[in-house]
Design a protein around this ligand. Structure first.
Ligand code: K1U
Ligand code: ZN
Length: 183
């Protein structure tokens, strides 16, 4: 397995739409495993393929706590079949926006259909942090970041800080090439 480099915002590569996976073969399985390893190392509870510069509809999620057994989900072509009418608000973070957090409201529960690491079609009913995390990661596949769900004022504050951090070179893993609007 390999550790992958996580793209830090602002970066236009985080704004792209990802293409569906035709089938989950050995290459896709390896990408899923590398994404999981990268997520555990970060550490994080989810990761989407565009964050590691792969334009494929793949996400990985594991919300298990340190003292619990790992419970990884590897999902290709995740589709929301159903979301609840009621929302829940979580303080979200993102490995592509390090050290920035904001409260985001999303449907409290959802049902998702996806292809697993063995190319089997599966469905998952999620609630709590799992539902939030799956929806956050699915947003990445369409170029949407958690800051796109908050006020322009808060988004711009985070943006400005990210640009400043990139310029100072303290937390950047990728060179800053675009102005803040490219977040
Ligand atoms: O970059 C990402 O998309 C991963 C992100 C997922 C997420 C977190 C919170 C709400 C929704 C989605 C993260 O994992 S940020 C890091 C984080 O939340 C965390 C890190 C260590 C332990 C527990 C959580
Ligand atoms: Zn994220």
């Amino acid at each position: 397995m390999a550790l992958l480099s996580i793209i830090i915002a602002p970066d236009p590569r985080l704004k792209r739409h990802c293409a569906p996976v035709e089938r989950v073969d050995t290459t896709i399985r390896t990408l899923m495993d590398d994404m999981l390893e990268t997520m555990y190392e970060a550490p994080g509870v989810g990761l989407a393929a565009p964050q590691v510069d792969a334009l494929k509809r793949i996400i990985v999620v594991d919300i298990a706590k340190k003292d619990q057994p790992k419970q990884p989900y590897r999902m290709a072509n995740p589709e929301l079949l159903w979301v609840s009418d009621d929302d829940v608000t979580y303080e979200e973070g993102c490995l592509s926006l390090p050290e920035h957090y904001a409260e985001v409201a999303r449907p409290a529960r959802c049902k998702v259909r996806y292809l697993d690491h063995e190319n089997e079609l599966r469905e998952l009913e999620a609630d709590g942090l799992l539902a939030t995390c799956v929806q956050h990661e699915m947003d990445h596949l369409d170029g949407i970041l958690f800051v796109d769900h908050i006020s322009t004022l808060k988004r711009n504050m985070i943006l400005r800080k990210l640009v400043k951090t990139k310029k100072s070179g303290t937390a950047a893993q990728e060179p800053a090439r675009e102005p803040a609007r490219a977040l």
